[in-house]
Design a binder for this molecule. Sequence first.
Ligand SMILES: Nc1ncnc2c1ncn2[C@@H]1O[C@H](COP(=O)(O)OP(=O)(O)OP(=O)(O)O)[C@@H](O)[C@H]1O
Ligand SMILES: Nc1ncnc2c1ncn2[C@@H]1O[C@H](COP(=O)(O)OP(=O)(O)OP(=O)(O)O)[C@@H](O)[C@H]1O
Ligand SMILES: [Mg+2]
Ligand SMILES: [Mg+2]
Lengths: 264, 264
Amino acid sequence: KTRTIAIVNQKGGVGKTTTSINLAAALAAQGQSVLLIDLDPQGNATTGLGQRKGRRHGATDITLYDVIVDEAGLAAAVVDTDVAGLTLVASDMDMSGAELAIGNSPGRTTRLKSALSDYLASLQDPPDYVLIDCPPALGLLTVNALSAARSVLVPLQCEFYALEGLSQLLKTIEVAKASVNPDLVIDGVMLTMYDRRNRLSDQVAADVRKHLGRAVLETIIPRNVRIAEAPSFGKPVTQYDPKCKGALPYMALAKELLLRHGKN
Amino acid sequence: KTRTIAIVNQKGGVGKTTTSINLAAALAAQGQSVLLIDLDPQGNATTGLGQRKGRRHGATDITLYDVIVDEAGLAAAVVDTDVAGLTLVASDMDMSGAELAIGNSPGRTTRLKSALSDYLASLQDPPDYVLIDCPPALGLLTVNALSAARSVLVPLQCEFYALEGLSQLLKTIEVAKASVNPDLVIDGVMLTMYDRRNRLSDQVAADVRKHLGRAVLETIIPRNVRIAEAPSFGKPVTQYDPKCKGALPYMALAKELLLRHGKN
Ligand SMILES: Nc1ncnc2c1ncn2[C@@H]1O[C@H](COP(=O)(O)OP(=O)(O)OP(=O)(O)O)[C@@H](O)[C@H]1O
Ligand SMILES: Nc1ncnc2c1ncn2[C@@H]1O[C@H](COP(=O)(O)OP(=O)(O)OP(=O)(O)O)[C@@H](O)[C@H]1O
Ligand SMILES: [Mg+2]
Ligand SMILES: [Mg+2]
């Protein structure tokens, strides 16, 4: 029942966190139950939903760091959010040390995968979707997400440097498929921060569609200031300003993915 | 004589590469000799200057990977660019494996520092400036840059998430100062992608100035489409469109830093 999607791009600032939060909220608004995992040590998805990052106050306070490094159960790290139907595994300031801590251990690429499958198996009513927000790198945390996921969503900023990194990213996904996760597929490449006043946006969009065809999702997310404002209020844009030009495309993106997954 | 500046921010997409290239070109236009080191495995600074990323064609082709991992000399990896007075150490596709390769070796945090000081000592006429473009992370590559540098320049995008990561970054710089480089200072925080039509830009700018005062540089870089277009032509914006609203602020930034460094 549960479909797990990793939101990945090693290029920085291309809208991974923004897409994780707003797609999760848009899916929840359309009746899906969603768990969002904040795998980025920066913890932007956690703050963008108005939640506190995991602190290691006492032994009982299980955080994502404990799950990845000490193989603690995931259930204790799941919290509710202000969005109905959306739960969260918060990031943890210590996560920046997680990659070095598991660097040479056995099973270092599948820690998240096993924790997540144990958690989902323990639930009467598992979520319809799990989304994983990734850091801007192709290191062990992102590899953990690629091995835990059923599919990958690639946000692509309509700018030159973002296009440049795409072929390296697609190669990495193929390597992950061959080595840790043969079932991994690409849900699509999603064009974002599209600015119709700017020729560069059109050039990038045309270039990507030429190379990747139907792998590019129909829905395009425009550059929209309300999207950038929403996280400072700890809300997804679908709650901050539901009818604005930034929120409606994320609702359309959710519909398009539900259709592609045969869940509508 | 040589001043080495690391351009650092773990938040992705905040203008590290754009600042590295355009500040380097603006300093060169004002008579300074500059070496730019592309320490980011994505290699955007290399492509943005129209150069090819290091390939490991044969044993003689020394790349930055060889310098960091195998402690090869830096001189063989330095190339000319189309900008007079600006030389480059290109990135290398293999760099994404560098951190794991040096993960537990002795001196892993000072590989770049020793290679750079050996190189500068071997030159009759060392450059006035060395700029180091860093990846969006606080891993071993960025720590190598913090230990090799005399000062740090922090590009800060005028957006909510970029502000959130600032305190973590400043803490990391303090840790680097205490552990690997006691002489390290902060040249400043540089506001970029400032959009005067957008209230959020003003809020972020006011917030940073309130907390950091004079550590915030006077020069503000506006959001400007010519800046985003220039890398697709392999040129800094100071060459692509020298009189535009994107190029002039980088010339002003170079002047401000020359003044702060007493080199004007
Ligand atoms: N469609 C959009 N319109 C306007 N601003 C946007 C849009 N999407 C994202 N942003 C803003 O752009 C910045 C970068 O987005 P975001 O932080 O989501 O990217 P990221 O890929 O998660 O970054 P990182 O690589 O650091 O994890 C943020 O300040 C965000 O608010
Ligand atoms: N002042 C500006 N105005 C308009 N666009 C800009 C400006 N500065 C940078 N950009 C664009 O924003 C994007 C992000 O900038 P850049 O790649 O330099 O950031 P970065 O911090 O180096 O990213 P990464 O974290 O991936 O290394 C690029 O597409 C760049 O062209
Ligand atoms: Mg993010
Ligand atoms: Mg960069």
